[in-house]
Design a binder for this molecule. Structure first.
Ligand code: ADP
Ligand code: ADP
Ligand code: MG
Length: 449
């Protein structure tokens, strides 16, 4: 067993990993920026170590500072969480070179699957359906125009290193290409330090269906069912659920098995997610693999009863999966809602929902200062029930119950969403939020008059 794990992250995911370490009797060392010295992870970890100033570039993305901290604190492993360095192959390699276990897949696997273009290529070679698109990198606007002609408009210009919905532009006709290309490139360069672009056909109003995978170093791969993450604003997830509704058993099984095939093709180990878009005709296409723990992993944990972070740690130690596919049962409907801060400031009053069928992941406390430096997600509310209807009711209840005074949040808007007939029915696609948001905002203003 590991003696001491360094957590190279902050916020709710750092706390999530610290809790898991405690249950496994592993000491935790959490890194922090000067901005986060008073955070719950710092209070809850066995040890903490400040690695630099507020800006992520100087702290949570500072590879050398993190490796040095791990060595100084005698850590045998590093858990990167999500975001930050979690999909950085160079960082994983540095860990390996310094004799520190990176809790995730190997650097080589991240090279193969963390980069979207590389992953597309590998998937095509292994008969996993990918969205029609360009082959290799697109270096110039002329190149982009040529490929767009070939696959047919509308297209999506995407960053190879993209994440969090960034570095992506829709292009409906040739005259819009130059502006889209230039802005995607500069956004990708500043967000990911890598401006490589490629192009995909834009699938019209698809659903986002992803499959959670667990794989060990002995080649055993299982899936833990799918999550429907179609509620998105600007290509970023707002709410996730499992199982996906309105999909027949045959299609569901094909999506799940394709994900297993994709993971095997990559020689994958650790927890990972295969993301697909599903069109109106039941065709699904691989879009990317996330080679890390995901924001919405508690959805699958509540659905299956399996602790994904614990499994990641045990897999990193070389243990075999303690279950087979037939042992994995899904008996509940789970929904997660992301609570985002819409302003910065100090939390004056806080009540996080509790009760039957509820799990809350958050690092908030009264007096906490929501900082402009990091991600705006401040809590995840996860609810489960024996069916979707029950889960929706419970979601409504927790969104009514939550109190976060001092900053603006999206909680009330999400509460109003739970009354929308299309939401209640389920099975909506990625264009749904855009259609409903205006009405919800109008309703919200009327309510608060
Ligand atoms: P998930 O796929 O787990 O739902 P998101 O796409 O919402 O995750 O991203 C998870 C977090 O990681 C967010 O805070 C997002 O801003 C950040 N993130 C995702 N990809 C990257 C990346 N390549 N570089 C930096 N941050 C990223
Ligand atoms: P990120 O790394 O930012 O999560 P993804 O490739 O997963 O990037 O895409 C984010 C979202 O954008 C998807 O969940 C989906 O809603 C939308 N999207 C991505 N590719 C396509 C496509 N080819 N056609 C239509 N929508 C897409
Ligand atoms: Mg994605």
């Amino acid at each position: 067993m590991f003696k001491r794990i360094l957590i190279a992250n902050r916020g709710e995911i750092a706390l999530r990993i610290i809790r898991c370490c405690r249950e496994l009797n592993i000491q935790s060392v959490v890194v922090c920026s000067t901005e986060d010295k008073k955070s719950l992870p710092v209070m809850m970890a066995t040890y903490s170590i400040c690695i630099g100033p507020a800006k992520a570039k100087d702290s949570y993305l500072n590879q050398n500072a993190i490796i040095e901290a791990a060595k100084k604190m005698n850590c045998d492993a590093i858990h990167p969480g999500y975001g930050f360095l979690s999909e950085n192959a160079d960082f994983a390699r540095k860990c390996e070179q310094n004799g520190i276990v990176f809790i995730g897949p190997s650097a080589d696997i991240i090279d193969r699957m963390g980069d979207k273009q590389a992953a597309r290529k590998l998937m095509m070679e292994n008969d996993v359906p990918v969205v029609p698109g360009s082959e290799g990198c697109i270096d110039t606007v002329e190149d982009a125009l040529k490929w767009a002609e070939k696959v047919g408009y509308p297209v999506l210009v995407k960053a190879s290193a993209g994440g969090g919905g960034k570095g992506m532009r829709r292009v409906y006709s040739a005259q819009d290409m130059k502006a889209a290309f230039d802005s995607a490139k500069s956004e990708a360069e500043s967000a990911f330090g890598n401006g490589d672009l490629y192009l995909e056909k834009l699938i019209i109003d698809p659903r986002h269906i992803e499959v959670q995978i667990l794989a060990d170093k002995s080649g055993n791969v299982v899936h833990l069912g799918e999550r429907d993450c179609s509620l998105q604003k600007n290509n970023q997830k707002l709410l996730e659920e499992s199982p996906a509704v309105g999909i027949d058993d045959d299609l569901r099984e094909r999506i799940r098995q394709t994900a297993v095939k994709a993971a095997k093709a990559a020689g994958y180990f650790s927890a990972g997610t295969i993301e697909f878009v599903l069109d109106k005709h039941g065709n699904f296409y691989f879009i990317e693999m996330n080679t890390r723990i995901q924001v919405e992993h508690p959805v699958t944990e509540c659905a299956t009863g399996i602790d994904l972070v614990r499994e990641q740690i045990l897999i990193a130690l070389g243990r075999k999966l303690p279950f087979e596919q037939k042992d994995i049962k899904i008996n509940v409907h789970v929904i997660e809602c992301r609570i985002n801060a819409l302003s910065t400031g100090k939390i004056t009053t806080l009540h996080l929902p509790e009760g039957f069928g509820v799990r809350v992941e958050s690092a908030l406390y009264e007096g906490y200062e929501v900082s402009p430096y990091y991600d705006s997600m401040i809590a995840k509310l996860i609810v489960f029930g024996s069916n979707r209807r029950e889960a929706v009711r419970r979601l409504r209840r927790v969104l009514e119950e939550i109190i976060v005074d001092g900053v603006k949040t999206n909680a009330h808007l999400m509460y109003l969403l739970t009354y929308q007939p299309e939401f209640i029915r389920g099975g909506f696609d990625t264009s749904y939020w855009k259609k409903v948001e205006g009405d919800l905002i109008k309703e919200l203003t009327e309510v608060s008059k």
